[in-house]
Write a protein that binds this ligand. Structure first.
Ligand code: HEC
Ligand code: HEC
Ligand code: HEC
Ligand code: HEC
Ligand code: HEC
Ligand code: HEC
Ligand code: HEC
Ligand code: HEC
Ligand code: HEC
Length: 411
């Protein structure tokens, strides 16, 4: 009984420590709760990370929480009131840029948000041009229900980020005064990344901020934005950096990955992208008379991949036949998986744009696929051989039985 009461007390304490302390000490909350609707600050605040970590109205707005009248509060020492759009960054940064203060609460939190924000297009326009339409801290974080990126309700949770940014960036009316497109959200949602994140909840796929930064909101042309794909696609970036395209693209001011894959509407790559057909990517820049080995290489890579795919498919077909016939195929199934891997690696090696890199890998894949095919075919031969053997045996036994039966009858 005693332990149950103790657990109960602990649960109550754990569930509402801040609430009770704040309510006991602060008239701000009690009075505001009395007259505000459910959507008012004093109700929303229970979802707010500040409130959950023990901060309250006074921490941000200032004022004397023992007073019982709002007019007196407004007159009281330290009352900061409500910041306007342009003042918000300083308002939040009064704590968040104060390293000593933040260390006392959560030493793991960075304190560079304002500094980075100032370098973003948002910050430059807010401070430089007094632009009230760009994002400030609360456009991205909301107010009175601010969460950390881990909280599912938070506007900065990865699954919510595309809509947090898209709220402005996909609103053509809102963005009419600016010379940029408003298709980023739609494009992103149709991309491999958008589908992975929003439809399959794959948190490894990038949301807007994984490419643009949280507070830097890097604009086009920044080198960090161009290199960001390599943070996750390290192999492709490594190959690209050693390839003839690295220098050629830099000289022509082509961004590294987007030139071929685009930035927001990245579709699933397919083999026909490489080659010398009119529809292939390579033909957009290369021709047979441009004096480079570009298109010749493209043709070679395309043929190597096509041969590997064909060898793989044939091997699979024969193997499936062997599986259907009930043969012991574990080894060959495992080896076909290795061919799958070699095919993936060959496609990645496209980013070397070099036959010397692609051909050996494709060749290794083709050889392995051919041996899977040969071995599976032997297994199928064995099946027929055994079946033939079984047929002969059955015939033999039947004849024997017949002979026996005749003999018995004669006796
Ligand atoms: C006795 C009730 C009461 C108390 C106590 C009270 N408020 Fe208010 N507060 C109000 C009312 C009423 C308004 C005005 C709402 C309106 O105009 O719609 C208001 C407005 C505000 C505003 C909006 C800006 C402004 O100046 O009008 C802020 C911010 C605010 N209160 C914060 C606080 C804080 C912080 C405390 C505690 C230090 C506090 N309030 C204590 C009733 C109260
Ligand atoms: C983390 C800081 C923070 C805390 C904590 C906080 N506020 Fe605010 N509050 C703000 C900011 C920033 C604005 C300005 C919002 C805007 O510009 O839209 C604001 C605006 C307001 C307003 C006026 C506009 C509105 O949204 O209705 C009221 C009233 C208000 N706060 C009351 C409160 C009360 C009551 C509490 C405690 C329950 C509280 N706030 C806690 C930061 C805070
Ligand atoms: C009174 C000081 C103070 C003010 C003003 C303040 N914050 Fe905070 N903020 C904190 C503290 C303290 C924490 C919680 C640290 C902890 O314990 O994890 C926090 C946490 C946060 C977090 C969650 C960080 C994480 O990932 O865990 C965000 C986001 C945040 N604040 C944004 C804002 C924004 C936006 C504003 C302005 C509207 C603001 N804060 C104003 C003190 C403040
Ligand atoms: C363009 C949108 C945007 C703006 C503007 C913005 N933030 Fe953030 N902020 C984010 C995102 C997105 C994250 C976190 C993402 C994550 O960790 O995945 C974040 C994270 C944070 C954190 C957690 C610690 C960290 O740095 O990761 C704090 C604190 C914070 N922001 C405060 C602020 C303050 C203060 C301002 C204004 C000076 C501000 N933010 C402006 C989008 C924004
Ligand atoms: C409150 C509305 C609003 C929100 C929310 C917002 N932005 Fe912006 N953003 C703007 C406006 C307005 C501009 C200025 C456009 C210009 O001058 O080209 C801008 C500019 C930018 C630019 C520079 C574009 C360029 O070519 O100059 C980038 C990149 C950007 N935002 C990314 C983001 C990301 C990423 C998020 C979410 C994490 C976000 N924005 C959230 C309004 C917003
Ligand atoms: C996979 C990385 C990536 C993701 C995810 C991403 N962006 Fe971008 N974004 C880029 C790159 C790269 C550019 C620059 C293109 C250039 O240099 O022409 C860009 C450009 C922009 C611009 C400048 C205007 C334009 O369209 O060229 C804005 C605004 C923008 N992105 C907003 C967003 C928003 C909002 C989201 C989320 C819905 C988002 N981005 C998601 C990589 C990304
Ligand atoms: C935060 C990590 C991250 C960043 C940054 C990133 N990606 Fe991705 N990307 C992924 C993940 C995870 C997938 C797998 C999605 C899936 O399951 O389909 C993926 C898938 C892809 C695919 C499809 C691959 C396939 O075989 O289907 C391409 C192409 C791609 N990304 C290109 C890019 C480009 C170009 C950029 C930069 C503009 C970029 N990515 C930035 C994580 C990232
Ligand atoms: C956006 C334009 C563009 C696209 C698309 C493109 N290339 Fe290139 N490529 C270039 C440029 C520019 C050079 C440098 C040409 C020079 O040295 O004069 C180059 C050089 C090369 C070279 C070195 C040629 C030599 O003779 O040294 C190879 C090989 C190559 N590309 C293969 C490819 C393949 C394969 C594809 C398709 C997957 C492709 N390229 C797609 C622009 C492009
Ligand atoms: C010159 C054009 C070109 C450039 C530049 C380029 N790619 Fe590719 N990428 C391709 C082609 C073509 C394929 C399709 C290969 C296939 O499926 O046969 C591809 C496929 C991919 C794939 C899926 C296959 C795999 O490797 O898993 C990813 C992921 C990818 N690219 C990422 C990137 C990244 C990241 C960059 C920048 C470092 C980049 N690409 C630069 C042309 C390019």
């Amino acid at each position: 009984m005693k332990t149950i009461r103790l657990i109960l007390a602990l649960v109550i304490l754990a569930l509402s420590p801040v609430d009770q302390i704040a309510a006991a000490e602060s008239n701000c909350l009690t009075c505001h709760r009395d007259f505000e609707e459910d959507t008012g600050p004093s109700h929303k605040i229970t979802r707010d990370v500040h409130f959950q970590k023990g901060l309250d109205c006074v921490s941000c707005h200032g004022g004397d929480p023992t007073l019982e009248d709002m007019d007196d509060v407004r007159e009281s020492k330290g009352y900061r009131g409500v910041p306007d759009h342009r003042e918000v960054p300083q308002f939040c940064a009064s704590c968040h840029s104060d390293a000593a203060y933040m260390r006392g609460h959560n030493p793991a939190l960075p304190t560079d948000q304002l500094q980075k924000y100032k370098t973003s297009v948002h910050g430059e326009l807010l401070f430089g041009k007094n632009d009230s339409k760009v994002a400030n801290c609360i456009s991205c974080h909301t107010v009175h229900e601010i969460g950390s990126a881990k909280m599912p309700h938070s506007s900065t949770h990865p699954l919510n980020i595309p809509f947090t940014c898209g709220k402005c960036h996909s609103d053509a009316d809102y963005m009419a005064a600016y010379d940029i497109s408003t298709s980023q959200l739609d494009d992103y949602r149709a991309s491999v990344h958008g589908m992975a994140l929003l439809e399959r909840q794959d948190l490894g796929a990038p949301a807007c901020n994984d490419c643009h930064g949280n507070h830097g909101a890097a604009p086009p042309g920044t080198s960090s934005l161009s290199a960001v794909c390599g943070n996750c696609h390290a192999l492709e970036a490594e190959l690209y950096n050693l390839s003839p395209h690295k220098n050629a693209f830099e000289e022509n001011d082509f961004p590294m990955c987007e030139t071929c894959h685009s930035n927001h509407r990245i579709i699933k790559p397919y083999d026909a992208m490489v080659g010398s057909d009119d529809t292939a990517l390579c033909s957009e820049c290369h021709s047979h008379v441009d004096g480079t080995k570009g298109l010749e290489t493209a043709e070679g890579i395309s043929m190597a991949i096509a041969e590997l795919v064909a060898a793989h498919d044939q091997a699979r077909e024969v193997l499936e036949d062997a599986i259907e016939k009930g043969m012991m195929t574990t080894d060959e199934e495992f080896r076909l998986k290795e061919v799958d891997q070699l095919l993936i690696q060959t496609r990645t090696l496209v980013h070397s744009y070099s036959l010397d890199s692609v051909l050996p890998k494709a060749e290794a894949g083709i050889q392995k696929a051919d041996s899977v095919k040969t071995n599976s075919a032997s297994l199928i031969d064995e099946y027929y051989f055994r079946r033939k053997g079984l047929g002969i045996a059955t015939l033999f036994i039947t004849l024997l039985a017949l002979a026996l039966w005749l003999k018995i009858r004669r006796l």
